[in-house]
Write a new protein. Sequence first.
Length: 193
Amino acid sequence: MEDLSLHVLDIVENSIRAGAKDVEIRIDEDAEKDRLVIVIQDDGAGMDVSTMEKALDPFFTTKSVRKVGLGLSLFREAARAAGGDMVIRSEPGKGTWVKATFQHSHVDRQPLGDMAETLEILIIANPEVRFRYLHEENGKAHRLDSKRFGTESKVHPDSPETLAVPSTGRPTRRGLGYTQRAHRTRRRRLRRG
């Protein structure tokens, strides 16, 4: 996988297949401490000890579509390649907790990637699931709670600390340091060559 947001997408999709209705994604980037931590927690079916140990084996899967399950094993290897590691805690009927740590400045650390797009994909494809997202970066926090969308939202659309969600219900990149105009300009530049 090219970036860490794709690992997050894969693991959260596994959570949803395991019946999760509440998924929390926390990212803590601290350049001063040279640390990046990604935590994914869900309320899905969970795993017993035996299944949890097998889940890190790339040749184990509970899916009938393909014969390999690379999500957790690739995420763990990405963390280890960047001077970190991954820990899993799970209990049947109580969900799963995954924490991956990375040395932030490590030459082999994959880029975080486009978390706004990852969240957009997850929210649009799974409107029945509550997604909570917290991204802390050197003292600044970006938050999203998919339950707060719509008319009941108390999130100010111009707040730099949240993902903005216009009336379409789709999060934009404004809260992650981008604007829609800048994004369109970037696409035009890429098309021009």
